[in-house]
Write a protein that binds this ligand. Structure first.
Ligand code: NAP
Length: 451
C-alpha cells in the first residue's frame, strides 16, 4: 500500500525537478506520467470495490481525448489548453466534494469542513479557468459593466458565498445547500476573472493553477488518497511560487491584479493603431544594410514570432550576421509570448545557444549601447507607456528598454495592438522603423537581402 503511494511521489518529484530546463523537460513529463500510472494502478488494485471495467473505460476516454487535444493544439494556444485542463481539475475536485457533502452526516465535522472548502475552491477554479480560456481564445472581451456595478456584484457574490458556507459549517438543514454553495462559488469565479485582462492574465492563470492544486490535495484528504494529496500539494506549491515570481516580474501584487482590475473595468484605452504621429516604414534592403553595418544587436522576440513559427529564420539571421562580425543577443521578457518560458522553448527548438538568451534584468542596461533593437512580433513587453503613462493598463509592468537603443526596427504585420489591446507609442518615435509583414516572411527576405 505505502509503496504504491511512495513510488509515484518519487516519480512526481524527479519529474518536476527535470522541468527546470528545456533540455530535460520532455523526460520530466514522462516521469510524471509514469508516476500517475503507478498511482492510479495502485489505487485500483488496493480497492477491490472500484469497478475495473468502468475505471479502464473512463481512463481510455480521458487519455484518448487528452492525447488528441494535445497533439492538435498549436504552441501559441498552449495557455488556453492549460486553462481548460486546469478548469477540469477544479471542476472534478468540486464534484467529489459535492458528492461527499451529499452524505455529510456520516462525514464528521472536520471532513465536512474540508469538503466545503474543496467545493468552493474547485468551483472558483473551474469557472475562473473557463473565463480565462474564453478570454485567451479572444471569444470574450469582458463585459461593458461600469466599475460600480462590477464591484457591487462581486462584493454581493462574496457575501452570499460566505453566508452559505457559514450555514454549512453551522450544520443548518438547508435543502440543496451544497448545490447553492457551488453556484455561488462559480459566480464568484466568473466575476473575479472577467475584468482581468492584458498583462495580468498570465498571473491569473498560474493563480488558478495553484487553486486547482489545493482543491486536488483537499480531495485527496476526503477520499483518503495519498497520491492525490502529494500531486495536488506539488501543483499547489509550484503554482503559488510561479504566481509570486510572475507578480514580482510584473511589479504587481496579487491583490492589485485581482481587485484593481475592478477599478479599471470599462475604462481601458483600447488600441486601434491610431497613434498620434506617423510610423516610418523601412524596406527589407534598408534594414538588411543597417543590420550588417551594426556591431551589436539585441533581438526582442514576442508572441508574433511564435505565431509565424519563424524561430528557424531567426537562427539563420543570427548566423548570417555573425558572418559580418555582428554580435547578436536575445532579450527575454518574463511574460513574452503566451506562457511562462514560451520564448526560451521556442528559441531552444531552433538550437539558438542558451548563452545568447538574457533575462530582462540582465540585459535591460545594455539597450542604450545597442546599435539596433530588432523587435520581432513583440509589442506589450516593449511598450514605453508602461514606464511613463500612469493611465495605461500596462503602467508599472517592467518592460524591455527597447526605446533606448540607437535604432529600433519592429517586425509585425500591421498596426494591431498586442495582447493587452493598448497602443504602443514606440512605433511613432523618430528612431523607430516598421517592417510590415508576417515575421517569417520578413526574416526570409532580410536573409536574402543580406546574402
Ligand atoms: P503581444 O503584446 O501580444 O504582441 C504581439 C504582436 O505580434 C502583435 O502586436 C501583432 O501585431 C504581432 N504579430 C502577430 N502575429 C504576427 C505574425 N505572424 N508576424 C509578425 N507579427 C505578428 O506580444 P508580447 O510582446 O510577446 O507580449 C505578451 C503579451 O501576452 C503580454 O501582454 C502578456 O501579459 C500576455 N500574456 C502572456 C502570457 C505568458 O505567460 N507569457 C500568457 C497570457 C498572456 P500585428 O497583428 O499587427 O502583426
Amino acid at each position: 500500500m505505502a509503496l504504491s503511494y511512495a513510488i509515484p511521489t518519487v516519480f512526481f518529484i524527479v519529474g518536476a525537478m527535470r522541468l527546470k530546463s528545456p533540455k530535460t523537460a520532455r523526460t520530466g513529463m514522462w516521469w510524471i506520467a509514469m508516476g500517475m500510472i503507478v498511482g492510479v494502478g495502485g489505487t485500483v488494485l488496493l480497492h477491490p470495490d472500484i469497478p475495473w471495467g468502468l475505471t479502464i473505460a473512463v481512463m481510455a476516454i480521458g487519455s484518448g481525448l487528452g492525447v488528441f487535444i494535445a497533439k492538435r493544439v498549436k504552441m501559441t494556444a498552449m495557455p488556453q489548453m492549460v486553462a481548460v485542463f486546469n478548469g477540469m481539475g477544479g471542476g472534478g475536485a468540486a464534484l467529489v466534494a459535492l458528492d461527499s457533502l451529499g452524505h455529510f452526516r456520516s462525514l464528521g465535522a472536520f471532513a465536512a469542513l474540508i469538503a466545503t472548502i474543496t467545493l468552493v475552491i474547485g468551483s472558483i477554479s473551474f469557472s475562473g479557468s473557463s473565463i480565462a480560456f474564453l478570454k485567451l481564445q479572444e471569444w470574450l472581451h469582458g463585459p461593458r459593466l461600469s466599475r460600480t456595478v462590477q464591484a457591487t456584484m462581486t462584493g454581493l457574490g462574496l457575501l452570499l458565498l460566505l453566508s452559505l458556507v457559514s450555514l454549512r459549517i453551522a450544520n443548518q438543514p438547508v435543502p440543496g445547500l451544497a448545490i447553492w454553495i457551488m453556484i455561488a462559488a462559480v459566480f464568484e469565479g466568473v466575476m473575479l476573472v472577467i475584468p482581468i485582462g492584458g498583462a495580468d492574465m498570465p498571473v491569473v492563470i498560474s493563480m488558478l493553477n495553484a487553486l486547482t492544486g489545493l482543491a486536488a490535495a483537499a480531495t485527496g484528504f476526503l477520499i483518503s488518497n495519498n497520491v492525490l494529496i502529494v500531486a495536488g500539494a506539488l501543483v499547489g506549491a509550484s503554482g503559488t511560487i510561479l504566481t509570486q515570481q510572475m507578480s514580482r516580474a510584473m511589479n504587481r501584487s496579487l491583490r492589485h491584479i485581482l481587485f484593481s482590475s475592478l477599478a479599471q473595468s470599462g475604462t481601458g484605452t483600447p488600441g486601434h493603431g491610431d497613434l498620434d504621429g506617423t510610423m516610418i516604414e523601412a524596406s527589407h534592403e534598408d534594414v538588411a544594410m543597417l543590420l550588417t553595418y551594426s556591431r551589436n544587436i539585441i533581438v526582442v522576440p514576442g508572441f508574433g514570432l511564435a505565431a509565424s513559427r519563424a524561430q528557424q529564420e531567426v537562427r539563420q539571421l543570427m548566423e548570417k550576421l555573425a558572418g559580418h562580425q555582428v554580435g547578436v543577443k536575445f532579450a527575454i521578457h518574463p511574460v513574452a509570448g503566451r506562457m511562462p518560458g514560451h520564448m526560451n522553448v521556442l528559441l531552444a527548438e531552433a538550437n539558438i545557444p542558451y548563452d545568447r538568451l538574457f533575462e530582462m534584468d540582465a540585459i535591460n542596461q545594455e539597450f542604450k549601447d545597442a546599435d539596433v533593437a530588432l523587435v520581432i512580433g513583440a509589442n506589450d513587453v516593449t511598450n514605453p507607456a508602461a514606464k511613463t503613462e500612469p493611465n495605461s493598463p500596462l503602467f508599472g509592468m517592467p518592460v524591455l528598454n527597447v526605446d533606448q537603443a540607437k535604432k529600433v526596427i519592429v517586425l509585425k504585420r500591421g498596426k494591431n495592438p498586442g495582447f493587452s489591446g493598448v497602443d504602443n507609442p514606440l512605433y511613432t518615435r523618430s528612431h523607430t522603423s516598421m517592417l510590415f509583414g508576417d515575421a517569417k516572411d520578413s526574416l526570409g527576405k532580410l536573409i536574402q537581402a543580406i546574402e
